[in-house]
Design a protein around this ligand. Structure first.
Ligand code: NAD
Length: 484
């Protein structure tokens, strides 16, 4: 029976309530987790408050050393952690290993930045006082809350924990209800490395209760959410009245544009991985594919042939080559939503070129055959909604202006890509596509080193990179006079 981690201890929910965490590949119960509520959230904030001052006063190198030790301890257990992640999330073991390594690498990035944090000194106009100058201090922002979704529960926990701790803040993690187990293990390991009690807490339970209690707590100053755009609105409403510092990493509907001169093999591979990694349950997945008419038929032939090689199945079992393993959808709801979106497109004239149905056998898992679809109406759900599963709508375009106009005809603006060797095309796309990121001849991926965030309904602020660290500081302007 899993427990929460509050104030340096493993604890049950104060109410004693628990819930079952299930394996999406077979419906079996993996473990139970505490069903936390506002009382647990409040206890976590209290412990963070008590620990904050000493942690903020500690030398950045000393903080970094503890986190680094925790990361190394997690590395020793990475295979067990990855197996647990596959069981609770569904993704193939190889993808879980990738996620764990990504998370640990991301936190290491912030360990490396600890000793490089700088404020600044500002010369001031002499008219008021010739002997005064300004200093901009970087002070830890205060108690942080990290709210994490189920699709990349570990990486997206690390993108919040790493910078929060290195900047000198305590943080309380709220994992998605369906993926608390690996998160709890890692938070336990990081604490084992020597974090003071209360600096890194984890409270499990529903977002509507635990999440909103944490965000609404008067002592919390900083909220980092990764989740849907709808949840982003709710979080903004809860955090707004007290002017809390928020970053929102939300949904997306990334366009991918392939020009006639693109390296076809690489672009097909980019579409495959970009759309179908994690069974398509990724914010930055390729969700709309725009192909120039000159290459439309050839590209689709190659893509459809490759997509047909996917074999949905238990993520702990390897597929036999040339088949490629795809795990189940994470929940029954996810699969039903995808089926409904696909049906809506078909009802409006779309043609399914491959996949698009539940495979036979294993009725207990939420499996779905990945699909490629053409002739999709622009007003169908596959275009207007976020498609959080393995279905790829493909569109024919006759020039780049048309492709960019269609790419921008979306309420989201997270990522986008263009595949071309034409520098003019690449430059136009980089400048004109409305998105937080543009990949040129590169698979959609969030690098630890690069700021990552969206525009429009995809959110505000950034994670990753040195830029993200700034969201965990409050700059304070100090003017020194009286020096003459
Ligand atoms: P979700 O919004 O349902 O839940 C995300 C987290 O928010 C969960 O921990 C949930 O319990 C919590 N939550 C829900 N309601 C809340 C509330 N009112 N107050 C506080 N917390 C609340 O999202 P999900 O289904 O877990 O994840 C999928 C979504 O996340 C997709 O839309 C995807 O695009 C998005 N996502 C975005 C990024 C990014 O970096 N932009 C990355 C991954 C996923």
């Amino acid at each position: 029976m899993a427990q929460m981690f509050i104030n340096g201890e493993w604890v049950d929910a104060r109410s004693g309530a628990t819930y079952e965490v299930k394996n999406p590949a077979n419906g079996e119960t993996i473990d139970t987790a505490p069903l936390g509520d506002a009382a647990d959230a409040n206890a976590a904030v209290e412990s963070a408050k008590a620990a904050f001052k000493d942690w903020a006063a500690m030398a950045p190198d000393a903080r970094a050393e503890i986190l680094h030790k925790g990361i190394n301890l997690a590395k020793e257990q990475v295979k067990d952690l990855a197996a647990l992640l596959t069981k609770e999330q569904g993704k193939p073991f190889m993808e879980s290993m990738g996620e764990l390594n990504h998370c640990l690498h991301g936190m290491e990035f912030y360990v490396g930045l600890a000793s490089k944090i700088r404020g600044s000194q500002v010369p001031l106009p002499p008219s008021m006082n010739p002997n005064c100058y300004g200093v901009i201090m970087k002070q830890p922002v205060g108690i942080c809350v990290g709210i994490v979704p189920w699709n990349f529960p570990i990486t997206l926990m690390g993108t919040k924990v790493g910078p929060a701790l290195i900047a000198g803040n305590p943080i309380i993690v709220k994992p998605a209800s369906t993926t608390p187990l690996t998160t709890l293990k890692i938070i336990g390991i990081l604490n084992e490395a020597g974090l003071p009690a209360g600096i890194l807490n984890c409270v499990t339970g529903p977002g509507s209760k635990v999440g909103s209690a944490l965000i609404g707590h008067q002592d919390v100053r900083r909220v980092a959410l990764t989740g849907s755009s709808e949840t982003g609105r709710q979080v903004m409403e809860t955090a707004g009245p007290d002017f809390k510092r928020i970053t929102l990493e939300l949904g997306g509907s990334d366009p991918m544009i392939v020009c006639p001169d693109a390296d076809m093999k690489k672009a097909v591979n980019g579409a495959m991985i970009g759309r179908f990694w994690n069974a398509g349950q990724a914010c930055l997945a390729v969700k709309r594919l725009y192909l120039f008419e000159e290459i439309y038929d050839e590209f689709l032939e190659q893509l459809v042939g490759k997509v047909g090689r996917y074999e949905p199945g238990d993520g702990m079992e390897k597929a036999e080559k040339p088949r490629i393993r795809m795990g189940p959808l994470h929940t029954a709801f996810q699969r039903e939503e995808i089926e409904e979106q696909l049906q809506d497109a078909v009802d409006n004239g779309a043609k399914v070129l491959v996949g698009g149905k539940r495979p036979e056998g294993n009725e207990q898992g939420y499996f779905f055959e990945p699909a490629v679809v053409e002739n999709v109406a622009e007003d169908s759900k596959l275009v207007t909604e976020e498609v959080f599963g393995p279905v790829l709508p493909v569109f024919k375009v006759s020039n780049l202006d048309e492709a960019i106009a269609k790419a921008n005809n979306s309420k989201w603006g997270l990522g986008s890509s263009i595949w071309t060797n034409n520098m003019k095309y690449a430059n136009q796309a980089a400048r004109e596509i409305q998105s937080g990121m543009v990949w040129v001849n590169q698979i959609h991926f969030g690098y630890d080193e690069m700021p990552f965030g969206g525009v429009k309904a995809s959110g505000i602020g950034h994670e990753h990179g040195p830029e993200a660290l700034d969201y965990y500081f409050e700059p304070k302007s100090v003017v020194f006079g009286g020096l003459d």
